[in-house]
Design a protein. Structure first.
Length: 356
């Protein structure tokens, strides 16, 4: 029996995959995300698995890998392409190698084009393949940075992925529409970039005119991932136990809107926006206390330490800085509301004083 879990990071729209031999409980994780290591580690422990490897489909530009943190927790080996340019891995993978976990294994297929070091991992019975950013659901990864090459990508997909059985399920590293999986048959027929009768020149012309902005996290993610996610000058913090928090690569503990909505009375909510925002269109969380960021350091003494503190702003930036200020003021149990009021409103939780 194969143990298989598809996990999702909503901030970067990244899929992480956990696979394990159901008898030996040996496991691998593909494309772990730094912020989600507490979640992934908890799942590994709950299922009683032995994590052997963390596998990277490529050097990511939109999130920092959790490979180093998982290695510190479980002793797992970090494995990625020998052509990735990354330092600090335990295993550098070549085309056609196998990564074994118990009685199961993944075949390594080099699929360059999105980056020069992209890999696709194919399950031993060819029922599943993990394509990274090489092939997405009805799309492909971009080819305009990190040694990207549209011709190489077209050839990689046709020669290494479309050569799989048509029933083979394909699992990408990202999806921005909530789609979870596709198949070789579907992508060969319906992929608008390289399916059907589209030729290589058609694909190259399409990719050279996408005009996409660079990923927001590229300046942080790529340097960190070239060191396998090893943080500079700091050790990972221990996870606080007062709530299910997520640690960002910047060292900020965050809490989900759903948890806060269910546990609002157990914490003190501090809104650090300006007064006109507090009563503006987004409104504020019921029971929140307004202390603008600019005066938070001076007014921190107004807050009591009996309850944990959750800081809030419009999108999560100012409130992240507020957690740093409160930590310096001596408050130990502090977290930032992930996504701020924008995400709170998107999830349709209650607000006060929102103008129509």
């Amino acid at each position: 029996m194969l143990i298989f879990r598809q996990l999702f990071d909503p901030q970067s729209s990244t899929y992480t995959y956990l696979l394990a031999d159901g008898k030996t409980l040996d496991a691998v994780i593909i494309d772990p995300v730094w912020e989600q290591v507490p979640r992934d580690g908890a799942l590994v422990r709950e299922l009683g698995l032995k994590l052997l490897y963390t596998l990277e489909t490529h050097v990511h530009a939109d999130h920092v890998t959790g490979a180093t943190l998982l290695k510190q927790q479980f002793g797992s080996k970090i494995a990625l392409s020998a052509k990735s340019g990354a330092e600090g891995a335990d295993v550098y993978l070549e085309d056609c190698e196998r990564v074994a976990f118990g009685r199961r294994w993944l075949e390594v297929r080099a699929t360059p084009g999105h980056t020069s070091g992209c890999l696709t991992f194919v399950l031993d019975d060819e029922t599943r393949a993990f394509t990274g950013d090489c092939l997405l659901i009805r799309g492909t990864g971009r080819t305009d940075f990190q040694q990207g090459d549209p011709r190489a990508l077209y050839r990689s997909v046709h020669a290494r992925i479309f050569a799989l059985p048509e029933t083979c399920l394909l699992y990408p590293a990202h999806d921005y529409r909530g789609l979870a999986a596709t198949s070789v048959a579907e992508e060969k027929r319906f992929n608008p970039r390289l399916g059907g009768q589209l030729a290589e020149d058609d694909f190259v012309g399409y990719m050279r005119h996408l005009g996409l902005p660079h990923p927001k996290q590229i300046d942080v993610a790529v340097p960190a991932n070239l060191k396998c996610g090893k943080p500079e000058g700091k050790a990972p913090a221990e996870t606080p136990d007062w709530a299910p928090l997520m640690l960002t690569f910047a060292g900020i503990w965050e809490i989900s809107p759903q948890w806060l909505e269910e546990n609002a009375r157990a914490v003190e909510i501090v809104d650090v926006r300006e007064p006109h925002e507090f009563t503006g269109p987004l409104g504020h969380i019921p029971g929140a206390r307004l202390i603008p960021l600019g005066v938070l350091a001076d007014r921190a003494k107004e807050l009591a330490a009996e309850k944990p503190i959750v800081t809030v702003c419009r999108a999560g930036g100012r409130s992240a800085q507020a957690t740093v200020i409160l930590k310096k003021a001596g408050f130990g149990r502090v977290a930032n509301l992930a996504g701020g009021m924008l995400r709170w409103r998107t999830q349709r939780f209650a607000v006060d004083d929102a103008s129509e």
